[in-house]
Ligand binder design. Structure first.
Ligand code: FBP
Length: 318
């Protein structure tokens, strides 16, 4: 008896059938995100062969060097969503301003996305990813992360995975290149209560606050932990979800608000980790999902992972 593994499209349609007031708009939007990330995946996979590697020579409005692949990813995601009729506006990590859908072709959702996270890893063939976060337009551009309708990421690694939650648990789908479909490979993902892996850029250790320094010193003194750091949030957070443990990108004396963006990077992962039974804290040990953002590119420190690991980190901050 052939056992049919649900595809991502099957799964989204099934979830919509369970939602009494579904209009089909969310399903269409998720489908657009699924299809555009498949195109990005094919370009990432081929990036060593075609002239899409390396830098464009331009810098974006944040003074960051733009890579060809993230420029391509940003353009195709913006065009797909703005032209797709389901969004009111999009906010991209690569663009200073939000982009509104044209009159007559707009929808009920606002999508925040980081088209290609981990840009420093693009031309070294290390895992990179796309992050997305969806809100209803009624709440406006600036909403607490708890208002997310859905959040997810696509990891372009040894395999391509699409992981998301729409508030009823976290599910992971692996792209089967033979049929071009994401198949449900990781149903109802749960993070371990505790994990031995910690992930932080220790090059900045001298810049961290005393609590973080003491926490790291204690981990090493205990000698039961292992360090892993890819330098791509998607890859480091995905590993933390799968293996348990803790990922930290705290503020430091140089990046006093942290580096990662609250709406584009921090809140999608805080939402997923919480849905998987984990924990996340930001400035003053607040749950980032409860922070009211002041602008679309606001930055925030983040510590997330297994509940026991994050609670231990918190104990060093008190
Ligand atoms: P980009 O979105 O510009 O790639 O920046 C985010 C990021 O690359 C994260 O993916 C990663 O966790 C972090 O920056 C690495 O920063 P650092 O090099 O300071 O450790």
């Amino acid at each position: 008896m052939y056992k049919k593994i649900p595809t991502l499209t099957d799964f989204i349609l099934e979830e919509a059938r369970k939602t009494h007031d579904a209009t089909g708009s969310f399903t269409l939007l998720m489908n657009q995100i699924e299809n555009v990330t498949k195109i990005i995946a094919s370009h990432v996979k081929a990036s060593g062969l075609v002239d899409i590697m390396g830098k464009t020579g331009d810098t974006n409005s944040f003074g960051e060097e733009v890579q060809k692949l993230d420029e391509f990813s940003n353009q195709i995601m913006t065009d797909t969503l703005i032209g797709g009729g389901q969004v009111h506006a999009v906010v991209s990590e690569e663009m200073e301003q939000e982009v509104y859908a044209p009159e007559g072709n707009s929808g009920n959702y606002i999508v925040y996305f980081d088209p290609l996270d981990g840009s420093s890893n693009i031309d070294t063939n290390c895992p990179i990813g796309t992050i997305f976060s969806i809100y209803r337009k009624d709440g406006g551009l600036l909403q607490q992360g708890r208002q997310q309708v859905a959040a997810g990421y696509v990891l372009y690694g040894s395999s391509v995975m699409f992981v998301y939650s729409a508030g009823t648990g976290v599910n992971g789908f692996t792209l089967d290149p033979a049929i071009g479909s994401f198949l449900l490979s990781h149903p109802m993902m749960k993070i371990a209560e505790h994990g031995e892996i910690y992930s932080i850029n220790e090059a900045y250790e001298n810049l961290y606050d005393d609590g973080t320094k003491a926490y790291l010193a204690n981990l090493k003194q205990e000698g039961k932990s292992r360090a892993r750091y890819v330098g791509s949030l998607v890859a480091d957070a995905h590993r933390t979800l799968i293996k348990g443990g803790i990922y930290l990108y705290p503020a430091d004396s140089k990046q006093t608000e942290g580096k990662l963006r609250l709406m584009l990077e921090v809140n999608p992962f805080a939402y997923l980790i919480e849905q998987a039974g984990g924990k996340a804290v930001a400035k003053d040990l607040q749950n980032p999902l409860d922070i009211m953002p002041s602008h679309i590119h606001e930055r925030s420190p983040i510590v997330l992972g297994s509940p026991t690991n994050v609670s231990q980190y918190i104990s060093f901050q008190q």
